[in-house]
Design a protein around this ligand. Structure first.
Ligand SMILES: Cc1cc2nc3c(=O)[nH]c(=O)nc-3n(C[C@H](O)[C@H](O)[C@H](O)COP(=O)(O)OP(=O)(O)OC[C@H]3O[C@@H](n4cnc5c(N)ncnc54)[C@H](O)[C@@H]3O)c2cc1C
Length: 500
């Protein structure tokens, strides 16, 4: 007989990415008996880290948005985030350098200042148009936030309900309009159009195919500001691990789940690579959703796999970790160097004949805090097609390709004013193939499925699977990728499982 205070259910969480760790902490807080099983020897999944000599790097996220999602996790599992971690607003959101050489330093001090910065740098009607765009995106956020982001979503029903009950709101969301089209309508200045396009890639998507509702991404970034974790995102991973363990969760690394088993249609445990099993009343999968349904679930759910395969996988990323000697004058924490042919770049990343983009847009996150005295640690990221064979993918393990492309990326940076080629203590390369190996994400797709196509959000796997007892958490499930959404998915799954 269950006594008050007894753990309620045996829960196995498959994967210790941010979603898995957050779900583990929350569920253990509700006194469930939680075991996290992680295939790699490191925690954090895509939020990885790397050290060489006295240089330290985060290999995944570098920008924190919607910090309320982090605060919520820590307060709901015990003590506030401030007791374990320092979240700091960035001095400046980013420096953008457009292809014509124009530079905009975007402040992190509120929308008025941002509009002024765009106006001063771009002239024309840039400031006023940016402000109008922001106000419109704010309204869109108000419409979608509760029903589509913070609530469980399974299929198109909420969209249809909204269309029937509040047609004005549906016009606001405009699911038929692409982000590219919204940019063209909102801005005369092609540089602002290019600026908006980039936000599609925050969910691994093509702005020419993804819905205009992604305008809420820059809205959120500006409304709630850009943040960093003092000591790096790896400190967040450590703090989440510690919180989960403090609440009673067990975490096993270097332990791969090869099957999620069922009995009479209900989940009853997991089978590990060493042949042993872990019984469970509930399994929360932080593995990629397509892998879950196609390979892990025993027996697999082919109808779900067919549905998932209708969505385009998200793009991946090509990463350089640079140990840079000397200090760079006027260096910003986050810099975006836009390429000169956005469409060619999107074709290379998302088109059927994928290839490493030539003269790509380059994102640089640089700091002296994680480097030996007088040096800097640079994280460089370029959007890249996923690893694999067939349309839309390339073989990133082809001999020489990664090194050649690293040279190209460094040359593109040099051509746009950031030449560090003769100051490199070392360069480490991370390809989409490496990301696949490290995190089990097929092709190294960063966000599971992309938002390409107006139905993409409704094709995204729900947090509650059709198999009783099986739940999905993380970037390949609802509401999507990126730290805030992944943490929201953990909150949603915990609410669904509850105490019972
Ligand atoms: C280069 C890069 C830059 C990014 N930049 C940002 C950013 O600036 N801001 C932001 O918010 N987000 C960013 N992101 C996205 C963010 O990192 C991810 O959305 C988030 O970390 C994904 O978390 P997740 O819960 O989906 O788990 P994942 O990170 O996908 O982890 C899943 C875990 O499950 C494990 N696993 C899989 N299968 C099994 C199995 N069978 N058995 C046991 N374990 C298994 C994997 O090994 C992995 O550890 C970035 C990502 C990358 C790669």
């Amino acid at each position: 007989m269950e006594r008050p205070g007894d753990p309620v259910s045996r829960i196995v969480v498959v994967g210790a990415g941010l979603g898995g760790l957050a779900a583990a902490a929350r569920l253990a807080r509700l006194r469930h008996d939680v075991t996290v099983v992680e295939r790699s020897n490191a925690l954090g999944g895509k939020a990885g880290s790397f050290g060489r000599d006295a240089f330290r790097f985060d290999t995944g996220p570098s920008l924190i948005t919607l910090p309320a999602t982090i605060r919520d996790l820590f307060i709901k599992t015990g003590k506030p985030v401030e007791s374990v971690l320092e979240l700091r607003p960035l001095d400046q959101l980013a420096r953008y350098r457009f292809a014509d050489g124009t530079t905009v330093d975007v402040p992190n001090s509120g929308v008025h200042d941002v509009a002024v910065a765009f106006q001063d740098a771009l002239g024309g009607r840039a400031g006023a148009q940016w402000r109008r765009f922001y106000d419109r995106a704010e309204h869109t956020w108000e419409v979608v936030r509760t029903p589509f982001v913070e609530s469980a979503l399974d299929g198109p029903a909420p969209l249809l309900r909204l269309a029937a009950s509040r047609p004005r709101d549906i016009a606001q969301v405009a699911p038929w309009r692409t982000l590219r089209a919204l940019g063209r309508r909102s801005f005369d200045d092609p540089r602002l159009q290019v600026w908006l396009d980039r936000y599609a890639t925050y969910s691994g998507s093509d702005p020419r195919k993804s819905p205009s509702v992604l305008a809420v991404v820059p809205y959120v970034e500006h409304a709630f500001r850009g943040w960093e974790v003092v000591g790096g995102v790896r400190r967040l991973v450590d703090a989440m691990y510690e919180r989960a363990v403090d609440r009673g969760a067990r975490i096993r690394t270097s332990t791969e789940v090869v099957a999620i088993t069922t009995d009479a249609g209900r989940v009853n445990g997991v089978r590990l690579a060493d042949g042993t099993t872990l019984p469970a009343d509930i399994v929360v999968s932080n593995a990629d959703a397509t892998v879950l349904y196609a390979e892990l679930l025993d027996p697999p759910r082919r109808e779900v796999v067919r549905r998932l395969r209708r969505a385009t996988p998200s793009s991946s990323g090509f990463v350089l970790l640079l140990g840079v000697q000397g200090r760079t004058p006027d260096l910003r924490r986050h810099t975006v160097l836009f390429g000169d042919d956005p469409d060619a770049e999107f074709d290379a990343v998302f088109g059927s004949s994928a290839r490493p983009p030539e003269r790509p847009t380059v994102y640089v996150s640089a700091t002296a805090d994680d480097a030996p005295p007088g040096c800097e640690a640079w994280f460089v990221l370029v959007n890249a097609p996923r690893h694999g064979t067939g349309p839309g993918a390339i073989d990133w393990t082809e001999p020489g390709l990664a090194d050649r492309y690293a040279d190209d990326v460094l040359a593109a940076m040099a051509a746009r004013g950031l030449d560090v080629r003769d100051r490199l203590a070392f360069r480490e390369i991370g390809t989409p193939a490496d990301l696949e190996t490290a995190t089990g994400s097929p092709g190294g797709a960063i966000y599971g499925t992309s938002s390409n196509g107006w139905r993409a959000a409704t094709l995204r796997p729900a947090n509650r699977s059709p198999v009783p007892g099986l739940f999905l958490v993380g970037g390949s499930a609802h509401p999507g990728g990126g730290i805030p959404l992944v943490l929201m998915s953990a909150a949603l799954v915990t609410e669904m499982i509850g105490r019972a």
